[in-house]
Design a protein around this ligand. Structure first.
Ligand SMILES: NC(=O)c1ccc[n+]([C@@H]2O[C@H](COP(=O)([O-])OP(=O)(O)OC[C@H]3O[C@@H](n4cnc5c(N)ncnc54)[C@H](OP(=O)(O)O)[C@@H]3O)[C@@H](O)[C@H]2O)c1
Length: 248
């Protein structure tokens, strides 16, 4: 294990990609503070294994400004003077439904969580990094649906397209301060979020994917780790697509 005192904040670390990222970050020697609205046995087990100085969690709903501020304040306190290296905006929500019939409140909640929450957390993290004068990394977990669209996911598509725009703008705003900002855009992954796909939709996606399968979190986590590494110091403002070629 390559030990470091670097601290990384991950939203939505209780399951799926956020949990897998958290696990690998710990293995690489990073310290992780995460949040989600509820706990899972898997995250609890990881916390027990890692200990509170290396992995901590608070209940917070991204998309609610007070929760985001509390998450960030608790995270800074938890770092106990160790450098904050990165924020990974991973928490997101999706709901299948045609825009014309989806209740407005649901569309707004999707945008509020996936885009507005990520924007507000990015502001908190960047303010912190700029005030310390330290380098850092911001990674937004986007989706190929942000650039391609998908029937029934209009608000989700809009939120991810917005996130990629946020990535490009912030990369320009903070590049001179050695802070990089990138998006990672997976295709369809085997997680709870995609569990609602009907068999017909799964087969269609697999047929259209040159590499002939859905992605897994293990396809995505190494790219996140790479973006956090020194080797990625000259990459910013990009959206890295990991989709088995479906969008090529
Ligand atoms: N799965 C896919 O096919 C796919 C494809 C492309 C991109 N992505 C992106 O990859 C990221 C992770 O997705 P996933 O598949 O791992 O999703 P997931 O399995 O549904 O996990 C989502 C995580 O985020 C948390 N979360 C959800 N809403 C939250 C909120 N408002 N505040 C705080 N935490 C919240 C969840 O915990 P709680 O519910 O307890 O809050 C959970 O820990 C997302 O940004 C997603 O858009 C996924």
């Amino acid at each position: 294990m390559d030990m470091t005192d670097k601290c990384v904040l991950v939203t939505g670390g209780s399951r799926g990609l956020g949990l897998a990222t958290t696990r690998q970050l710990l293995q690489q020697g990073y310290n992780v503070f995460t949040c989600s609205r509820s706990q899972t046995p898997e995250l609890q087990a990881l916390m027990a294994q890692a200990g509170p100085a290396r992995l901590s969690w608070c209940a917070a709903a991204v998309g609610q400004a007070e929760d985001e501020e509390r998450f960030f304040a608790q995270a800074v306190q938890w770092t106990a003077g160790r450098p904050l290296w990165a924020l990974i905006n991973n928490a997101a929500t999706a709901q299948d439904g045609i825009l014309a019939t989806l209740p407005n409140v649901d569309s707004e909640r999707i945008i509020e969580t996936n885009l507005t929450g990520a924007l507000r957390l990015s502001r908190l993290a960047l303010r912190h990094l700029l005030s310390k004068g330290t380098a850092g990394r911001l990674i937004n977990i986007s989706s190929i649906i942000g650039s391609r669209g998908y029937t029934g996911l209009a608000a989700y598509s809009a939120s991810k397209a917005g996130l990629d725009g946020l990535t490009r703008a912030l990369a320009r705003e903070v590049g001179r301060r050695k802070i990089t900002v990138n998006s990672v855009a997976p295709g369809y992954l085997e997680t709870e979020m995609s569990a609602s796909l009907q068999q017909r939709q799964r087969s269609q996606i697999i047929n259209r994917t040159p590499l002939g399968r859905l992605g897994t979190v293990d396809d995505v986590v190494p790219v996140v780790l790479f973006l956090l590494s020194d080797q990625a110091a000259f990459i910013t403002g990009q959206t890295l697509v990991i989709d088995g070629g479906i969008s090529c």
